[in-house]
Design a protein around this ligand. Structure first.
Ligand SMILES: Cc1cc2nc3c(=O)[nH]c(=O)nc-3n(C[C@H](O)[C@H](O)[C@H](O)COP(=O)(O)OP(=O)(O)OC[C@H]3O[C@@H](n4cnc5c(N)ncnc54)[C@H](O)[C@@H]3O)c2cc1C
Length: 568
């Protein structure tokens, strides 16, 4: 302990690893905290702990949106919480930099002991179109986004008459046959099938729910007979299993599988395990496949006072010699062990090596059914489901949350599924889109609300010409833009565009375009020249809002006229 100032323990991450380290430190170092000899700080992007095992139930709405999260301040009242993003860890200077918050000032925190508990992140690297078109499934926001997305798809399907579009809207695809994928697909399947009863024009047989799994049997963590039970049950409930099948990419309209196959869908969820957290990836310390290596006491070799726990750490179990799996069960025990060893270091007593035998594995299959292997006992069906609920209710931190979840579960047995679509997102003015070779980007006659800039790949502009049919009129590549004529002229698309190769584009919406054009004269000049070159449109019409542009109707005529002459 430092003679002049308190010993600073800084925990990075507000997941199971970080929060359970803080919780245990508060208990073990109660005396030192009271005397002001020790300070505990915890940095996390969110001010709550997410109970991930219950996230799939947020999708179906069988528990309330906020019931899977617990405020960290309530769980760890003697810990200083910094709700900010961590930008950098400087192990040499023993300093952590936090991103600017309100007032644009970064914050730097020093430490005597540092606990790295930053988990891993969802990454779609190397799979084209996934970051643009697939939904991740890790945080509360992801579960909420998926629920809203599924309801939106049902709403659209209810009014869509075109068969192909309806089928895409009513097909829901989940990739990943591990626990989180199986639990997510089970809840999603139950939810869309029961919610669809409230939609007059959606027939149950139109709904398709697909689970993609790279292996030959889902839930590889479980004994074969339990995994087979889970497979049979999901299929009985209408889930289509695609085994030995990997997701290779996505577009806005389809999941792309290896071997060139595609499934038309507007809802694609990827639960495939994430990659290393970028803050951890940039650390200069021993790592194995992106995870921080620790010694048996959870300290990082060569970095005294630096500890790592949870999914971001590679911890060899002292009893079995095997790597601890990335589970909440392990993260909480590692948090306790790190807290004990930090206290032992401060007090000068002996540290303990980490060893923990998992109590069991459980996976919910929705509809009052689950699979479980607990203390070597294999259970399936209702009994496993009852055990699953009891165990997770006990584990859920905070008495108030336990009560809320118990009430929600009871009401869920009696009341129909809620189908309210919560719109939480702000309008997006800039987005990335991925298109596969041959895919239509927009069609002649579509409403023109977006301007596109090609990042990579090639796009062809085609125009219907009487007697010739659809005729290519322009080929565009990286750095070229398209879609400006309908957008700036405020009328429907006067040509269609198709990707010739796999292409990534940046799409900017009408309002953002108008804002840029009215404030950035060089950009306005650029579009003036482009429009003149492409269709002979009058330069002065660019950069003006349609409602303030009486001359627009005239320039529309000019544009339309020129287009009919074949420019585009
Ligand atoms: C859907 C789902 C279901 C699961 N079900 C189970 C289950 O039934 N049983 C089980 O044992 N395990 C389950 N798991 C796994 C379990 O949730 C994880 O192993 C566990 O959460 C790991 O804890 P952690 O503290 O290491 O990481 P995380 O829980 O990922 O926490 C990392 C923390 O660091 C914060 N963070 C990251 N980067 C930054 C940054 N740059 N700045 C600020 N803060 C940052 C995050 O906000 C987060 O608070 C499930 C996981 C998922 C996704």
């Amino acid at each position: 302990m430092n003679a002049t100032r308190p010993t600073r323990i800084l925990i990075l991450g507000g997941g199971f690893g970080g929060v359970y380290t803080a919780l245990n430190l508060e208990t073990i170092l109660k005396r030192e905290l009271k005397r002001g000899e020790v300070e505990i700080g915890l940095v996390s992007r969110d001010n709550y702990l997410t109970f991930q095992p219950m996230l799939p139930e947020v999708v179906s709405g069988s528990i309330g949106i906020l019931d899977t999260i617990t405020p960290i301040r309530r769980l760890c009242p003697r810990t200083d919480l910094y709700t900010r993003a961590i930008e950098e860890i400087d192990l040499e200077r023993r300093r952590v930099t936090l991103a600017a918050g309100v007032g644009s000032r970064q914050l730097q925190l020093g430490y005597d002991h540092l606990v790295i508990a930053l988990g891993n992140v969802t990454t779609f690297a190397g799979q084209s179109g996934l970051s643009e078109h697939a939904l991740p499934f890790k945080y509360l926001g992801d579960a909420l986004a998926l629920r809203n997305h599924a309801i939106h798809a049902l709403e659209e399907a209810d009014i869509e008459r075109e068969a192909k579009a309806r089928s895409g809207l009513l097909t829901f695809v989940v990739a990943g046959g591990g626990f989180s994928g199986v639990e997510a697909v089970a809840e999603l399947n139950d939810f869309v099938r029961s919610a669809a009863r409230s939609f007059r024009n959606v027939r149950p047989e139109e709904i398709r729910v697909v689970l993609l799994h790279a292996g030959g049997l889902i839930l590889p963590e479980l004994p074969k007979n339990l995994a087979e039970f889970a497979q049979r049950l999901l299929m009985k409930r209408g889930v289509e299993l695609r085994l030995n099948t990997r997701l290779a990419g996505a577009t806005a309209e389809a999941a792309l599988l290896t071997r060139g196959e595609r499934i038309e869908t507007r809802t694609l969820v990827s639960t495939v395990p994430g990659g290393p957290n970028p803050v951890v990836a940039s650390l200069n310390c021993p790592k194995d496949r992106g995870r921080v290596l620790t010694d048996p006491y959870l300290e990082v070799p060569g970095n005294p006072g630096v500890w790592a726990v949870g999914d971001c750490a590679l911890i060899m179990d002292a009893a079995t010699g095997e790597a601890s799996p990335p589970t909440a069960q392990h993260a909480t025990r590692e948090g306790r062990c790190a807290a004990e060893n930090i206290a032992a270091t401060i007090r000068g007593s002996a540290k303990r090596a980490f060893a923990f035998k998992a109590l069991g594995k459980m996976g919910s299959l929705g509809h009052r059914s689950a699979v479980a292997e607990v203390f070597g006992l294999k259970l399936s069906g209702f009994l496993a489901w009852w055990l699953w609920r009891t165990v997770y209710l006990m584990k859920l931190p905070g008495l108030d949350r336990k009560i809320r979840v118990a009430v929600d579960w009871t009401l869920d047995l009696l009341l129909p599924s809620d189908i309210v679509q919560l719109r939480t997102e702000r309008a997006v003015s800039l987005r990335r889109e991925h298109f596969e070779a041959g895919q239509a980007i927009f069609q002649e006659g579509d409403h023109g609300d977006w301007l596109y800039i090609i990042e990579d790949g090639e796009v062809e502009v085609r125009k219907f010409i009487a007697g010739q049919g659809e005729t290519p009129i322009r080929r565009l590549g990286p750095g070229d833009c398209f879609g400006e004529i309908a957008l700036l002229g405020d009328h429907v698309r006067t040509a269609s565009t198709h990707s010739l190769t796999s292409a990534n584009v940046l799409a900017i919406d009408r309002d953002a375009c108008q804002a840029l054009l009215s404030t950035l004269p060089p950009l306005r000049d650029f579009f003036n020249r482009l429009l003149e070159e492409r269709v002979g449109m009058r330069p002065e019409s660019v950069g003006m809002r349609p409602e303030s542009r009486n001359a627009l109707d005239v320039s529309n005529d000019v544009t339309a006229h020129t287009i009919q002459e074949g420019a585009r």
